[in-house]
Structures are given as C-alpha cells and as structure tokens.
Design a binder for this molecule. Structure first.
Ligand code: NDP
Length: 419
C-alpha cells in the first residue's frame, strides 16, 4: 500500500499518472493536484474504471507553501512527484520536509523571475566562478542534501530521461562496462514530426529558455561556453536516420562531472530541424523569448508566457506526432587495460506511446522514468537519503524497470563516434 501525490497535470504528468495506474499494486492511492483541476478530473474519469488505484484530485497553487503543507498533511503521501514546473522545486521540497514525504522531480530548479535582484546576484557570481550561464543549476537543490538526509528522506532530482535515465546509463556503464570513463556524448534525438511549422514537445517556456541560451560542455575540469547553436554536426541514429545535432548545455553535465571527476569531457547534443531553428531565431530576434515583463495596454505581460499561450499545448501533440526518439550516451574509456567504446540508448515510437497512454514520446520518455524512480523509492529498493541525482543509486533495478515498463535499452559496442 503506497500513497503518492503528483503535482501538475501536463504532458509529462499525464504519462506518469497512466503508468502509476498500470502498476496499481504499488501505487494503491494517487492524488493528482494541479493548477487547473478540470485536467486532473478528466484523466481520473478516463482511468478510474481501468485501474485499482484509488485516484483523488485537488486544485493546488504550488507557489503557496501553506496550501502545499495543508494538502500533504491531509493526504499523507509517502512521495510527492513534482511534474509541474521547475520554478516551484524549492517550495515543494520545503513542504515535503515539513510533512515528512519523499520528493521527486524531472528538471533542475530555475526561477520564474530571472530579474529578481537577489537571485541575479548569485547567478552572476556563479557564471563567473563556474563558467556556464544557464538559468538552472543544481546548487540550490543540493543545498537540501543534509535536510533530507537528517530526516531519512529522499529527494530524487531530475528523474526524467535527460536528466534522469542518462545519468543511470552513466552509472550502468561504469558498473558493468568500464574501469575508467574518459568521454561521454549524450545524444537526444527527436525524429518525430507533428506537422506544425513550430511547436515544442514539452513545456514551451522551459524548452525555449534552454535552447536559446549559450551552449556549454565540460572538459579537463572546466566549463567551456559557446554561443547558442554554434557547434553542430550530423549523426545517423538507429531507428531515425541522419539528423543535425547541436551542442547545448544540459543539467546532467553538472551532476555527472561532480559525481565522476575522472571523466575528461562531457558533451550534450540535441537534434533540431531547420524549421524549428528558423522560427526560434525569429521569435528571439523580435523579443518573444524574453522573460522580462513588458507593459501592454496597461497590463504586464511576459513575452515568453504569451508565446506559450499561442503555441500548441505539448500534451495535445500525441495524435499527430509520428516517428521515433532515440536518446542515449556514447562512452569512450578503458576496460581491462584496453580502450573501449560503448553506446546505450532507447528508441521510442511516438505513435506507440500515443496508443498506450495517449501522449507523444517526449512526455512518455519523461513520465515512465518518473514512475520507475518513485516505484524504487516506495518499494524501498533505493534507500540512500538526501537530495540526490540518479548517478548515486544502483542503476540495475532502474534499468530493469525501464526495460519492463516501456523504455528498453539498446546497446552497441562499436558505435559511430560524434565528430
Ligand atoms: P506542461 O506545461 O505540459 O505541464 C505543466 C503542468 O504544471 C500543467 O498541468 C500546469 O498547470 C502545472 N502547473 C504550472 N504551474 C503550476 C502551479 N503554480 N501550481 C500547480 N500546478 C502548476 O509541462 P510538461 O509536462 O511538458 O513538463 C513538465 C516538467 O517536465 C517540466 O519541468 C519540464 O522541464 C520537465 N521535462 C523533463 C524532461 C526530462 O527528460 N527530464 C523532458 C521533458 C520535460 P495548467 O494545466 O494550469 O497549465
């Protein structure tokens, strides 16, 4: 008997809800709490006759600490799965500590208001000291390590695919394939086509903030920043074919570099089509990606939030997206004194995801790992307390769960390396 509470009811949360309900022997009771309660009620209605999970729905504003504490004290979840926005990570972690619940999320904290003077000051200092300029970084959440440890609770940070599975792949490669890892290239390919000239596959605000920022990679103990999209190459992906790949900064680089100081170079690449890049550049050039509020007809609006309202809801892309994703890690290193390369990845089909849970593969590849991570905590298979990213846990039960619940691994011992 386990009680879980999911915050958010967007693309990722809807997949996780489906998957938790498929595993009703573990997730016996599930509360879905989000800003718009009608979305929670709709999915409850869809699922309640297909599962033994007892589903409850609630309205919540995750910016309201007192409301979160009231909800957690009333519902008494063992774990809170934060599948809403990363803006609320810290406040939800505080509420979990207050109410003695485990915590899980899928994206590193970043503030909604990047003009906040206190946050800006810390940010400028970090950019100078560490050398990467993304709005997100793990320092805010790693600060909670002792607080969660002291209470014997787990805060599992970034338990989606990337971040998430990619870090478990690193732990798996180190455990089974290498004595020493020298380089990692994380490749995130979305070969899907939704038929729109421009749409994002997950929350547009977070997606566009990430993609339009400076890129960065980690090499020889240092961060190297590059102008956005200025390093690119091509890669021929299993199940997808040849795609253009662009070097981005991504949050798991920070945690992999911290947990595996032996690794000399870590890079992250994502595929983008020409139409996506052309639209994004144009929107950026006219100021639509700005996070700073502007005054319009007597009302303050944030351009990127207005743009989000215009773009298709990622949760609605399922029926029209065809093609596959391919996400994984290519390693180079040493085993038994010899040089070795290894590629571990997953291929996920948009239409198969849609048939199973009504969502496209980007939400699927994030929601399934979130369910698997929560399951391992609830079944007390992962027990190390603290605010931790996935590298520190035994990867085997997680990779086994992914194999079983929809994201099986593929491996290659002779991969083509990224040029
Ligand atoms: P969506 O925009 O589809 O969903 C966000 C949900 O959060 C919505 O239901 C929204 O409510 C709700 N929400 C927003 N603000 C609040 C609030 N203040 N209080 C309560 N609920 C709120 O996003 P996605 O599902 O696409 O993404 C979810 C998360 O997953 C994001 O953090 C994203 O960065 C992350 N992600 C991680 C990936 C990974 O591989 N690790 C990959 C893809 C995404 P409403 O319905 O009212 O808008």
């Amino acid at each position: 008997m386990s009680r879980a509470l999911i915050i958010g009811c967007g693309g990722v949360a809807q997949v996780a809800i489906h998957k938790c309900c498929q595993l009703d022997s573990v997730f016996t009771d599930l509360c879905i709490a989000s800003r718009t309660k009608s979305k929670c009620d709709k999915i409850k209605e869809e699922l309640q006759n297909k599962t033994k999970t007892n589903i409850t729905t609630k309205q919540i504003d995750a910016n309201d600490f007192n409301a979160l504490v009231k909800l957690f004290n009333e519902y008494k979840p063992e774990i809170v799965m934060n599948l809403g926005m990363p803006y609320q990570n810290l406040i939800i972690m505080d509420a979990c500590l207050e109410c003695n619940c485990h915590y899980l999320d899928t994206a590193a904290y970043e503030p909604e208001d990047v003009d906040d003077p206190t946050w800006r000051m810390n940010y400028e200092k970090r950019v100078k000291e560490k050398g990467f300029s993304a709005y997100f970084d793990y320092s805010y959440q790693w600060e909670y390590k002792d607080k969660f440890e002291n209470k014997g609770l787990i805060a599992l940070l970034g338990c989606g695919f990337d971040p998430g599975v990619t870090q478990a792949y690193v732990a798996y490669a180190k455990k089974h394939e290498f004595d020493r890892i020298d380089t990692i290239d994380i490749l995130d390919c979305n070969g899907g086509d939704h038929g729109y000239p421009f749409a994002t596959n997950f929350n547009p605000e977070i997606n566009l903030r990430e993609v339009s920022s400076e890129g960065a990679y980690y090499e020889d103990g240092k961060w190297h920043s590059i102008p956005a999209m200025s390093i690119h190459s091509k890669y021929n992906f299993d199940g997808v074919g040849e795609k253009d790949i662009y070097l981005l900064h991504h949050e798991e680089i920070e945690s992999i570099a911290k947990n595996y100081p032996e690794i000399k170079r870590i890079r992250f690449y994502m595929t983008f089509g020409e139409s996506y890049i052309r639209h994004m550049k144009c929107l950026e050039n006219v100021g639509m990606l700005s996070t700073t509020p502007i005054e319009y007809e007597g009302k303050k609006i944030v351009p990127i939030q207005f743009l989000k309202a215009l773009l298709p809801d990622p949760a609605s892309l399922g029926p029209r997206t065809v093609g596959k994703t391919n996400i994984g890690c290519i390693f180079k290193g040493i085993k038994d004194g010899k040089e070795k390369t290894y590629y571990i990845y997953n291929v996920c089909d948009h239409q198969e995801s849609y048939k199973e849970v009504g969502s496209q593969a980007i939400s699927y590849t994030t929601g399934v790992p979130a369910m698997c991570g929560a399951m391992l905590i609830l079944k007390k298979i992962w027990t190390t307390p603290g605010a931790n990213t996935l590298e520190i846990y035994d990867p085997d039960p997680f990779i086994e769960a992914l194999d079983k619940y929809g994201l099986p691994k593929r491996e290659s011992y002779n991969p083509i390396m990224v040029k």
